[in-house]
Design a protein around this ligand. Structure first.
Ligand SMILES: [Zn+2]
Ligand SMILES: [Zn+2]
Length: 656
């Protein structure tokens, strides 16, 4: 047999090699169960693929995102097989890998119960251990239709004209993956699938997958289609990795801002106002702390606060382009005089109206307008999630009008401001994403060059490596997105800085330049918290409800051991309030241990206790919510030390 000349890629280096005819990818790059598929000429393929002359082959480990997705999709097949073994009447939907796992949709008479999932998991273990081979077979449309006559949903995927972009079809040829028994060589199950898959089910570690939950789902996600039952699962290369993931989920659940919001009486939501928040006194206190803080920072940075109308006539939204581009997300209302208004989904058009009043000179620029603007956007009810995804929210929005020459300096200043503010909230792990010019865009290449260079410079000055999203900028300009990493490693995109080469011109904004010529300003859109509602949700989860004292709705609670301390504590509380602290008194006739427990659960940062001894000495016993005893001190000393903590935004605490 003639040898084939191929190239093997290892760590991005290509090495020529000669292999005998009939050699598979596994022969060249296989490595126990660490390597799950191969990349052949740039495409992911099964390890059983027979190589051809000139192929370029690379190992794809289970420790890579692509390899892991293959492991997860193969686990989804095992689930589907287990389902049809256990419930022979179940029809197959689709089953792709997703973040952290996979799902598979089934058409069944009755939804799966948690007990069903246990049974299925057990059956999956058996399949996995039996070492069935995933065997790829090319079929024609007609053959596939014949074989899958009993699978109505799969049938719909065959020959679907670019309709469905799913794992099952869409490759160059139609393929079925058969599950072949190790001993007998008999085919025991199969699924329409473009693959690739791990070589056999033993590549799926039996102790590193789990079925998580079920949910109703529409066929291909379309509400007009049949409802199916979706089973979600998770799968990992090792038991340890799965355990770490399950621990993470537990931790995330403990920190769920909806749960903590209830426990701490911060806010609630109800069906009559989907996606809108009822802020209770304590939640509103935190909200106001955020606004107060931001207001101070913005004033110092040269922003002027403005306020625009919530309702504006349809014609203005048509002029801005929102009516056409964003109409489906806008709430509208009609008045008795037959005019149609939209509730603002964005603040930008309002700010341009303010800029347009009077003649602007280049000497006035930059003009920086900031607004705590309440906006409404229609989101499908299924997408709503506590404070994280709402329909009514408050943006810390600002629009900066600049000349093209000022874009860089202003972008740098905004980026510095954003990072400075995140650091005050304890977010020092910040990433930046930079999206540059898309194919379809407005504005000259010259001004795009300037705008992109400005944002790159801003990222450089910030000293943070940015990741590039090529072509992902808005049609009106490039943007930077700021992503925070929270205490349990989740990423939250909050701030944005966008350069806008479109809207000011569209809405007729001008300034007079140094040559007395009319010019259109460039507008920078900037948000730092993004949505205050969401930012507060992130803070609650980041701190697990233990908000730093400068944000806590109640900073200090005064607790009496005996009613002989009541007068002393009431007086002390007044003193603290006069010093600007948020204070509560608990003078109930309850055991002190009970009271301490209750306020600790409420995550009040400082618990100040007084009984006869403290009253006589005019001292307070200071405890923290973490249970530390800081000893006794006078009210004056406590205020001074707490003030130092508040001013440091919690970087120094009384415990230090
Ligand atoms: Zn598949
Ligand atoms: Zn804007």
């Amino acid at each position: 047999m003639a040898d084939l000349a191929i190239a093997v890629v290892t760590a991005e280096v290509e090495e020529s090699r000669s292999v005998p005819e009939g050699a598979t990818a596994a022969d060249v790059v296989g490595d126990g169960r660490r390597v799950v598929v191969a990349r052949i000429n740039g495409e992911l393929r099964d390890l059983a693929t027979i190589l051809r002359d000139g192929d370029v082959v690379e190992a794809v480990g289970v420790d890579t995102p692509e390899g892991l997705a293959v492991l997860r999709h193969s686990t989804a097949h095992v689930l589907a097989q287990a389902v049809q073994d256990t419930f022979p009447e179940a029809k197959l939907g689709i089953g792709p890998p997703v973040k952290d796992g996979f799902y598979y949709d089934f058409s069944v008479e009755t939804p799966f119960t948690p007990e069903d999932l246990k049974v299925l998991e057990k059956r999956m273990q058996e399949i996995v251990k039996s070492g069935q081979r995933f065997s790829r077979r090319v079929v024609t449309d007609a053959e596939a239709k014949h074989e899958l006559a009993g699978e109505p949903f799969k049938l719909r995927l065959i020959g679907s004209e670019g309709g469905a972009d799913v794992m099952e079809v869409g490759g160059a040829e139609l393929t079925i993956y058969d599950n072949v028994e190790a001993k007998s060589g008999a085919t025991c199950w199969g699924d329409l699938c473009r693959g690739p898959h791990v070589p056999d089910t033993r590549f799926i570690p039996p102790n590193a997958f789990r079925l998580m939950r079920t949910a109703a789902a529409y066929w291909l996600g379309d509400q007009a289609n049949e409802q199916l039952q979706r089973v979600y699962g998770t799968a990992w290369p090792s038991k340890e990795e799965m355990q770490a993931y399950l621990t993470f989920l537990e931790e995330a659940e403990k920190r769920d801002h909806r749960k903590i919001g209830r426990e701490l009486d911060l806010f609630h939501m109800q069906e009559e106002a989907p996606g809108a928040v009822f802020w209770h006194p304590k939640g509103w206190s935190v909200f106001q702390s955020l606004i107060g803080y931001m207001r101070g920072k913005q004033q110092a940075a040269g922003f002027q606060e403005v306020n625009g109308p919530e309702l504006m006539d349809r014609s203005l939204w048509e002029a801005s382009g929102h009516w056409e581009k964003f109409g489906e997300n806008m709430f509208t209302t009609q008045t008795p005089d037959e005019r149609v208004y939209a509730i603002k989904p964005m603040n930008c058009p309002g700010h341009v109206q303010i800029f347009r009043q009077g003649l602007r000179s280049y000497r006035d620029l930059p003009i920086r307008y900031a607004e705590f603007g309440k906006v409404h956007r229609y989101e499908p009810s299924g997408a709503l999630h506590g404070l994280m995804r709402v329909r009514a929210f408050t943006q810390d929005d600002a629009h900066i009008f600049v000349s093209p020459e000022q874009i860089t300096a202003e972008s740098v200043a905004v980026t510095r401001l954003i990072l400075d503010i995140y650091s005050d909230f304890g977010f020092d792990d910040v990433r930046i994403k930079f999206s540059d010019r898309p194919e379809k865009r407005v504005g000259s290449d010259d001004i795009w060059d300037k705008a992109e260079a400005a944002l790159k410079e801003a990222a450089r000055v910030a000293g943070i490596d940015y990741t590039l999203n090529p072509g992902e900028g808005a049609f009106y300009g490039p943007k930077l997105e700021f992503v925070l990493r929270d205490a349990i490693g989740r990423d939250w995109q909050c701030g944005t800085l966008q350069v806008d080469l479109n809207l000011p011109g569209r809405l007729g904004a001008h300034y007079i330049d140094e040559h007395s010529q009319k010019q259109t300003p460039v507008m920078l859109h900037r948000a730092i918290f993004g949505s205050l509602e969401r930012f507060l949700g992130i803070l609650i989860e980041h701190h697990a409800g233990r908000l730093p004292a400068w944000l806590a709705p109640t900073q200090v609670v005064l607790l009496s051991i005996t009613d002989r301390a009541d007068a002393y504590l009431a007086e002390t509380a007044d003193f603290f309030r006069n010093q600007g602290l948020r204070v509560e008194c608990d003078l109930r006739n309850e055991k002190i241990g009970f009271k301490i427990r209750e306020h600790t659960l409420q995550r009040v940062p400082y618990l100040l206790v007084a009984g006869d001894k403290e009253v006589a000495a005019e001292l307070l016993s200071v405890r923290t919510r973490s249970g530390k005893d800081l000893g006794q001190m006078t009210a004056q000393t406590f205020v001074e030390r707490l003030r130092s903590e508040l001013e440091s935004r919690g970087r120094r605490t009384l415990e230090d």
